[in-house]
Ligand binder design. Structure first.
Ligand code: FE
Length: 199
């Protein structure tokens, strides 16, 4: 590939994307509000809802839970979710004694098919460095206080592996159906920075 110095190909993807969006907006080809709306949809609706369906299925179907922990990618595909940024998803289970939390120390790798786009705090250099060194403190600052005897396991995402946390099913939800459990499962619980609360 031949390029000249200063060409767009030398810029990080984020900057190139921003420049492209600005150019298309200036020429009236796209409406940034529409783009923002799409991003919001993937950040807050579509993505995490898929993950929530996976979690609710695992909570109500022991055999599915077993398959999910054995081969996350395949079990998630059973529900119709997969593709870009979800080629290899590993699912880890939170219990009363061990708590998993996910980070990408290098950049912002994230399992798009089940969680949508990463929130800004996930991309924040402070979260990415501190969650590794002082996870208990960072989780506490984010509103999750874990007992000292709970082991915290931090998973560093990479271009090869994306992680999804299977949160604990909260007490008092035994009577709820799979469909009723779905809306309880939050994005943050599936990244491991929160627990699923009893409604
Ligand atoms: Fe990354």
């Amino acid at each position: 590939m031949t390029t000249t110095n200063g060409s767009a190909e030398h810029l990080p993807i984020a900057l190139r994307t921003e420049a492209l969006e600005q150019l298309l907006t200036e020429r009236g080809l796209i409406d940034p509000k529409v783009i923002d709306g799409l991003i919001t949809t993937y950040e807050t609706n579509v993505g995490p809802l898929n993950g929530a369906k996976v979690v609710a299925r695992a909570w109500t179907d022991p055999e599915y839970r077993h398959r999910l922990l054995e081969d996350g990618t395949a079990a998630i595909k059973e529900l119709g979710f997969g593709g870009m940024q979800g080629e290899h998803i590993v699912v880890v289970e939170n219990t009363a004694t061990s708590h998993n939390v996910v980070v990408c120390t290098l950049c912002s790798c994230y399992p798009w098919p089940v969680l949508g786009l990463p929130p800004s705090w996930y991309k924040d250099p402070a979260y990415r460095s501190r969650i590794v060194k002082e996870p208990r403190t960072v989780l506490s600052e984010m509103g999750l206080d874990l007992d000292d005897d709970v082991q915290i396991i931090v998973h560093d995402s990479s271009s090869e592996v994306r992680w999804l946390v299977l949160p604990e099913r909260p007490a008092g939800t035994e009577h709820l159906t799979e469909e009723e459990l779905v809306p309880l499962v939050t994005r943050d619980a599936m990244v491991g920075v929160a627990k699923v609360e009893t409604p």
